[in-house]
Design a protein around this ligand. Structure first.
Ligand code: ATP
Ligand code: MG
Length: 458
């Protein structure tokens, strides 16, 4: 039975929380102050802490810090007073799973609690998943040989069974929709609807009525009541592609759907419950849009409870050949003989930087198949743009082929260079957080710094 620590200095709220959660068959341990909570945290183990933020002298933020640093497997939900969203957002930045504003609705508390437990349970049950994945079949239809893509698949396996909202980030053509569909396919909702909506393709004035529906007479032309896409996708998965293009007014409405699991049709007054798993995708950094005032920060934190970053193809050379194989097989069928790729063509494919990622690779391979003769993919069969870009790169010295780069070097120099590449890539994977990178690499931060070239150290 999951154990939940609840912390609030207002006895009435503490009692209410207790009653609701006990009613859901959780084991609930109440603490009437921050100090009591710390004592309990130090002596007992909990799956989740639900804490008020506004307490003295030890407040919810301090408890949150203690929890994230000492008990990373325990989820934290923060209770805030209505109208203090900024604090709530700050709490999510600091690692809280979610927040609930007071006065809260019973449903909201129950749902958020369930989601948090589900999520942390998925994470801890799968701690050894990385090791198991090494021996495991890949997820169907996703080529993932590189460490970066394996991590993506690992995340899919962990979060697919939950109802947690997921934000998928990746440059264009990296496979965002593929990942979203996999999240649906490996979830308990797999037999329900998967609905994809491209926010950039829907004209802003229509978006609200498309998503939420409208009642008869809501506006000129609304001759009959119409169901919106949120309702159509009920009990399934809703994929909101290019979420960065969603107008601000629609963003606030979406935020409310995420909070209350209810929608209201345009021009209507009734609320309809919707049960949706929401997956959003973007190829723009939402952080930048937030700075520009084009995206709501609170929505960002709600959407990105889990975020999956798909690395661009140029950062995962290990996937290139397996992807080419996969695409050839898909194009030609399971029994066909696959064409071979000559050395020159191979070198061009290796050295190109694939700004259009896997989609561009698919197009290049289709192009090559159209022009291939005698089962051979040669330089002449590849799109001229790709060949031209690589040749120009080599002429101007931007590209040195992998072989040339290491030619004439001692083994030590070679290993040294590969080591640096690996360190830098891990730091990038950790979004520049060197402490996390050192952790991941199993070395101390000091060792990491020692191994980096001087300009990378700050
Ligand atoms: N790891 C992969 N394994 C197999 N196929 C892949 C992989 N990644 C992408 N693809 C294929 O590449 C194509 C592009 O993928 P998808 O449409 O999911 O990308 P996207 O990020 O949504 O692109 P866009 O930004 O253009 O919308 C699809 O045909 C998809 O099946
Ligand atoms: Mg897409």
């Amino acid at each position: 039975m999951p154990r939940i620590l609840i912390v609030d200095d207002e006895p009435t709220i503490l009692n209410l929380l207790n009653k609701i959660l006990v009613g859901q068959n959780y084991e609930v341990i109440p603490a009437s102050s921050g100090e009591k909570a710390i004592e309990l945290l130090e002596t007992e183990k909990f799956d989740l802490m639900i804490s008020d933020i506004n307490m003295a002298p030890i407040d919810g933020m301090e408890l949150l810090h203690k929890a994230t640093s000492s008990y990373p497997d325990m989820g934290v939900i923060i209770l805030t007073a209505y109208g203090t969203v900024a604090t709530a957002v700050e709490a999510m930045k600091q690692g809280a799973f979610d927040y609930i504003t007071k006065p809260f609705k019973l449903d909201e508390l129950v749902l958020t609690t369930r989601r948090a437990l589900e999520y942390y349970n998925a994470i801890s049950e799968n701690k050894d998943l990385k090791a198991r994945l090494e021996h495991k079949e890949h997820l169907e239809g996703i080529v993932a040989e590189s460490p970066g893509m394996r991590k993506v698949c690992d995340m899919i396996e962990r979060v697919a069974p939950t109802t947690t909202t997921v934000l998928v980030y990746g440059e264009s053509g990296t496979g965002k929709e593929l990942i979203a569909r996999a999240l649906h396919r490996y979830s308990p909702r797999k037999d329900e609807t998967f609905m994809a909506i491209n926010c950039a393709a829907l004209p802003a004035p229509l978006m609200e009525s498309e998503l939420f529906g409208y009642v008869k007479g809501a506006f000129t032309g609304a001759n009959a009541t119409k169901q919106g896409l949120f309702e159509t996708a009920h009990s399934g998965t809703l994929f909101l592609d290019e979420i960065g293009s969603m107008p601000l007014e629609v963003q606030s409405k979406l935020l409310r759907v995420l909070q209350d699991k209810q929608i209201r049709k345009v021009g209507g007054s009734d609320h309809t419950e919707v049960d949706l798993r929401i997956i959003a995708a973007t190829n723009e950094k939402l952080e930048t849009l937030i700075e520009q005032g084009r995206f709501r920060e609170d929505l960002y934190y709600r959407l990105s409870v889990i975020s999956i970053d798909i690395p661009p193809l140029r950062k995962r050379p290990e996937d290139l050949l397996p992807l080419i194989d996969y695409i050839l097989r898909r194009e030609l069928g399971p029994d066909a003989d696959l064409p071979s790729i000559d050395h020159e063509a191979q070198s061009i494919l290796d050295n190109y930087n694939w700004p259009g990622n896997v989609r561009e690779l698919e197009n290049a391979i289709q192009h090559a198949l159209t022009f291939a003769r005698q089962g051979m993919i040669t330089k002449d069969t590849l799109p001229a743009k790709i060949v031209g870009t690589v040749e120009e790169g080599i002429r101007s010295g931007i590209i040195t082929s992998r072989h040339d780069r290491f030619k004439g070097k001692s083994l030590k120099a070679f290993l040294h260079e590969r080591e640096r590449e690996f360190l830098q890539r891990t730091i990038e994977d950790m979004h520049g957080d060197k402490e996390k990178a050192a952790n991941e690499l199993g070395i101390s931060l000091a060792t990491l710094y020692r191994k980096l070239p001087p300009k990378e150290k700050n």
